[in-house]
Design a protein around this ligand. Structure first.
Ligand code: PLP
Length: 241
């Protein structure tokens, strides 16, 4: 393996051990919290160490990037499970339903409608998380907490099965109150899945009952996002242990 791959394999073992420790101290059963390895902006070369270590659950935020990267990898590893964690435009819903096993960004009625018909058409239904804008940030996707109950009822009314909730706490705020709010809303709606926690706060999220943590940079290193639409992925050497 090249040095970057060795570093990723080490990061992976470390993150798994931290998840396991947090899961135990939260008194959750084995396997309760799953690691979604967020591989956006990182290419196959950097993903392979995880595949070789047996990991199969990955998250991507853009449809086109995910298709280009994962369709070839799925030939070698057919049991890969792919989650869409980024926003979904209705005109990409068909491709999303075709590629992803779970969608974490259901947040509006129009999208719920389109997903209903695309799931019927494809005869396949990805696991669905409703994204909640727990910080009520104007620039952020997600339904407002006070609208969550009505939105979930509407999605269910369309025939969609909602499986869980997802949130991205505001930058620079303690995440714990946001995780607590998401967990409370999920309990009220009897939703079993909670997608919360990223590189900097996944242990806190596990303490509040996360079933899925979405970890990118702590595994793969910092992303080079300067190119905007550029799909080129650059892994900078990791500085942290
Ligand atoms: C990029 C991304 C992540 C991973 O973030 P890191 O801080 O790199 O772990 C998690 N969730 C969502 C929605 C993302 O877009």
């Amino acid at each position: 393996m090249i040095p970057a791959q060795e570093q990723i394999a080490r990061n992976f073992a470390l993150i798994l051990a931290r998840i396991e420790a947090a899961r135990k101290s939260a008194l959750k059963p084995a396997g309760f919290t799953k690691l979604i390895a967020v591989s956006k902006f990182h290419d196959a070369e950097h993903i392979r160490p995880l595949l070789e270590a047996g990991h199969r659950l990955f998250g991507e935020s853009r449809i086109q990037e995910a298709q280009a990267k994962w369709l070839p990898l799925k030939r070698d590893y057919p049991d890969i499970e792919l989650h869409l964690i980024g926003p979904l435009q209705t005109n990409k819903a068909r491709e999303a339903v075709g590629l992803f096993d779970a969608i974490h960004s259901l947040d509006r009625v129009k999208l719920a409608r389109v997903l209903t018909s695309e799931c019927e058409r494809a005869g396949r239904s990805p696991v669905l998380f409703v994204q909640v804008n727990t910080g009520e940030e104007p620039q952020k996707a997600g339904v407002a907490p006070k609208d969550a109950t009505a939105f979930i009822a509407e999605a269910r009314g369309l025939g969609l099965k909602v499986n869980g909730l997802m949130c991205i706490p505001p930058l620079g705020e303690p995440p714990a109150p946001h995780f607590a709010l998401l967990a409370k809303l999920a309990a009220e709606e009897s939703l079993p899945l909670l997608s919360m926690g990223m590189s900097d706060d996944f242990e806190t999220a596990i303490r509040f009952g996360a079933t899925h943590v979405r970890v990118g940079s702590a595994l793969f290193g910092e992303r080079d996002q300067t190119g905007g639409s550029s799909a080129a992925a650059v892994v900078k050497p990791m500085v942290r242990p």
